[in-house]
Design a protein around this ligand. Structure first.
Ligand SMILES: [Zn+2]
Length: 302
């Protein structure tokens, strides 16, 4: 099975501590890197986890609160200093482009690579990226400013022919080529395709739901995902505060996981007030058992 895993670079909310960083995650899909949010300190965390900057192809920024993008200008500049030439795609709220260009211009910096800005469309199910490995769809979240979640879905790989079928069916070169493109062959007036190919590989899906109040409207779009990251800034006794700040509690995150029948839930975006994160985990497990904590440096296979 190819690699499909997420490394946690920052799992805290806005105020960092000595070992807890604001939000950032690196999704590795068969050695293509997708950076999801880029809080302050992200490049240090990439270094610590020995993740190569230049392998990052696309950066997703969920919203323009600083704890989700203040690390971006530093990372972009370092990529330039490391002589990056490969274009970089940034999927973010539209105004980010202006923010970054002001910072670069003020410092007289001209990047040695181009940035392809893709403005976010805040609409559930909108496909914001499709490349040869994944399709990424947007979730419209409900926060104090426009905020997006993302659903990363691995694409089916083209299937190979089962080798012994070449002799068995006397396949011509043309037929072999067709089968690889899912075009059936005809034998005894019957179309044959499925039974000649290797078995389908399972495709995996990762949903990233950051700053938001708990939102039932996203459930149809995250149904049955293999791993759901859902922010849980607060314990349930802070439900009022969660509501006022458009964040979620442990129970609310776990309830979304339960209703969406996801396979596994990962909590994150913890308020700095909580020194013992196990409390958050225990509370979420009262509602949804298969739950883990996002912790800096941890890599989770989807
Ligand atoms: Zn926020």
């Amino acid at each position: 099975m190819t690699r499909f895993e997420v490394t946690i670079l920052g799992a805290n909310s806005a105020i960092p501590t000595a070992n807890r960083f604001p939000t950032s995650q690196l999704l590795n899909v068969n050695e293509s890197y997708y950076l999801i949010d880029c809080g302050e300190g992200t490049q240090i965390q990439l270094r610590r986890n020995k993740l190569k900057f230049q392998r990052i192809e696309t950066i997703f920024i969920s919203h323009l609160h600083g704890d989700h993008y203040f690390g971006l200008i530093g990372l972009l500049t370092t990529m330039h200093l490391l002589k990056r030439e490969k274009p970089l795609k940034i999927i973010a709220p539209e105004r980010l482009q202006e923010i970054i260009s002001i910072q670069l211009r003020a410092g007289g910096t001209q990047l040695g690579y181009s940035i392809d800005y893709v403005p976010l469309v805040f609409e559930n199910g909108y496909e914001i990226l499709k490349d040869e490995k994944i399709s990424v769809k947007v979730l419209k979240l409900s926060h104090r400013i426009d905020c997006a979640g993302f659903v990363f879905e691995e694409l089916e790989k083209p299937r190979n022919l089962q080798k012994d079928n070449i002799d068995k069916y006397n396949l011509t070169f043309e037929e072999i080529k067709n089968l690889k493109n899912s075009i059936p062959i005809i034998r005894d007036k019957k179309e044959l395709l499925e039974q000649l190919l290797e078995e389908k590989e399972i495709t995996r899906t990762y949903a990233y739901v950051t700053d938001t109040k708990a939102l039932e409207s996203i459930i149809p779009f995250i149904e049955s995902v293999d791993l759901l990251y859902h922010e849980s800034t607060f314990l349930k006794n802070e439900t009022k505060r969660a509501k006022a700040t458009f964040h979620s509690t442990t129970h609310q995150a776990a309830n979304i996981a339960l209703k969406a029948k996801v396979k596994r839930l990962m909590l994150g975006h913890y308020s700095t007030r909580y020194l013992d994160l196990e409390l958050l985990l225990a509370e979420a497990r009262e509602v949804f058992e298969n739950c883990i904590l996002a912790i800096e440096g941890k890599t989770v296979k989807v």
